[in-house]
Design a protein around this ligand. Structure first.
Ligand SMILES: Cc1ncc(C[n+]2csc(CCOP(=O)(O)OP(=O)(O)O)c2C)c(N)n1
Ligand SMILES: [Mg+2]
Length: 323
C-alpha cells in the first residue's frame, strides 16, 4: 500500500477514523447480539471496511449508494448517524426505519443511502434506475452499487449492468468479492477467477483491486466516478476482500481453511493503513490511540441512546408501509 499524493493528511486521517468506526461499531453489534439484545439476524462487515470507506470517500454527499444484507459499513461510510443505525439494529423507534426494518433495511435519503436489502442482487437494478433518474435530471450525481460475489451470479446482475451499459448510466458497480456466498466458495459457483472479467460482456471497463487497501479502492472508485460524471457510463470494480467472521450471527465459518483465514487476517485493512500512517509520520501512536478512544466514546453514546429509546408501539406497525 502506497500513500497517494492526491490525498490531504486530513482526508487520510478521516478515512482511517471511518474504518475504525465501522470496525468498533460491528464488534459492539456482535457483543449486543450475544446479549440477546438484537432482534433478527446480523451480517457483520468486519474485514471489508476498506471497500465502503474507499468508495464513499470518492463520492459527494448528494451521490447515491445501494447496499446489501451486509450494509452497516456502507451506511456509516456514507455518513449515517451511528446512533440511528444502532437504534434500528436494536429495533428501536429512534432508528432509521423507526425500528421496523432492522439491520437489513436501513435507508437515509438525506445522505443518498437508498437502502439495504436482504434480497441478494436486488440493489443492482435499483442502482441502474436511480442512475437513470440522475441522467434525466442532469444533476451530475453518481450511484455506487455495492454487492457480493454471490450476487454476481443473480439475473439482476446481468439485467442491471447491461441496462446501465447500453444507456451509459452514471453507476459504479462495486463487487465485494469476499470469496464466499454463505458457505459456498467462489470456485464452486463460477468458472472464472475475476468477476471483473464479466464487464467485457456488457462492453464496460472491469477493474480488479485489492479490497483491503483503502487507497487502491479509493483511486479505482475515483476514476470510475469521474468517468461516470463525464457521462461515459458505468464501471465494474471488483474488490478482493474477506469477511473476518462467518456469514451471519450463527455461522462459525468452519468451511474456511485455517491458513486462509490467517493469511487474510494478516492483511487486515485497518492494520495496513495504520502502519502506513505511522511510517509516513502522518499519525503518531498517541494520535491513533486518541482516535480509537474518540470512536469508542461515540459508539458507547450510540448504545446508550439506543438502549434508552422506546420500541415502536404495536399500533405503528402499519404506518409508513405505503408511500
Ligand atoms: C435472492 C436471494 N437468494 C438467496 C438468499 C439467501 N442469502 C442471503 S446472503 C447470501 C449470500 C450472498 O453472498 P454474497 O453476495 O457473496 O454476499 P456476502 O454475504 O458474501 O457479503 C444468500 C445466498 C437471499 N437473501 N436472496
Ligand atoms: Mg460473498
Amino acid at each position: 500500500m502506497t500513500l497517494t499524493a492526491n490525498l490531504t493528511k486530513n482526508k487520510l486521517v478521516e478515512m482511517y477514523k471511518m474504518m475504525v468506526k465501522i470496525r468498533l461499531f460491528e464488534e459492539k453489534v456482535f457483543e449486543l447480539y450475544a446479549q440477546n439484545l438484537v432482534p433478527g439476524t446480523i451480517h457483520l462487515y468486519t474485514g471489508q471496511e476498506a471497500v465502503a470507506v474507499g468508495v464513499c470517500s470518492a463520492l459527494r454527499k448528494d451521490d447515491y449508494i445501494t447496499s446489501t444484507h451486509r450494509g452497516h459499513g456502507h451506511c456509516i461510510a456514507k455518513g449515517a448517524e451511528i446512533k440511528r443505525v444502532m437504534a434500528e439494529i436494536l429495533g428501536k423507534k429512534t432508528g432509521y426505519c423507526k425500528g421496523k426494518g432492522g439491520s437489513m433495511h436501513i435507508a437515509d435519503f438525506n445522505i443518498g443511502m437508498l437502502g439495504a436489502t436482504a434480497v441478494v442482487g436486488a440493489g443492482i437494478p435499483i442502482a441502474a434506475g436511480a442512475a437513470l433518474s440522475i441522467k434525466l435530471r442532469k444533476t451530475g450525481q453518481v450511484v455506487a452499487c455495492f454487492f457480493g460475489d454471490g450476487a454476481s451470479n443473480q439475473g439482476t446482475f446481468h439485467e442491471g449492468i447491461n441496462m446501465a451499459a447500453i444507456w451509459q448510466l452514471p453507476v459504479i458497480f462495486v463487487c465485494e468479492n469476499n470469496l464466499y456466498a454463505m458457505g459456498t466458495r467462489q470456485s464452486i459457483a463460477m468458472k472464472i477467477e475475476n468477476i471483473a472479467d464479466r464487464a467485457t460482456a456488457y462492453g464496460i471497463p472491469g477493474v480488479v483491486v485489492d479490497g483491503n487497501d483503502v487507497l487502491a479502492v479509493y483511486e479505482a472508485a475515483l476514476s470510475a466516478v469521474e468517468r461516470a460524471r463525464r457521462d461515459e457510463g458505468p464501471t465494474l470494480i471488483e474488490c478482493k476482500t474477506y469477511r473476518h467472521r462467518g456469514h451471519s450471527r450463527v455461522d462459525p465459518a468452519k468451511y474456511r481453511p485455517k491458513e486462509e483465514v490467517e493469511a487474510w487476517l494478516a492483511k487486515d485493512p485497518i492494520k495496513q493503513l495504520r502502519e502506513r500512517l505511522l511510517q509516513s509520520t502522518i499519525l503518531t501512536e498517541v494520535e491513533i490511540q486518541r482516535i480509537e478512544e474518540e470512536v469508542s466514546t461515540e459508539i458507547e453514546e450510540a448504545v446508550k441512546y439506543s438502549m434508552e429509546s422506546p420500541y415502536p408501539a404495536p399500533q405503528e406497525a402499519l404506518e409508513d408501509v405505503y408511500a
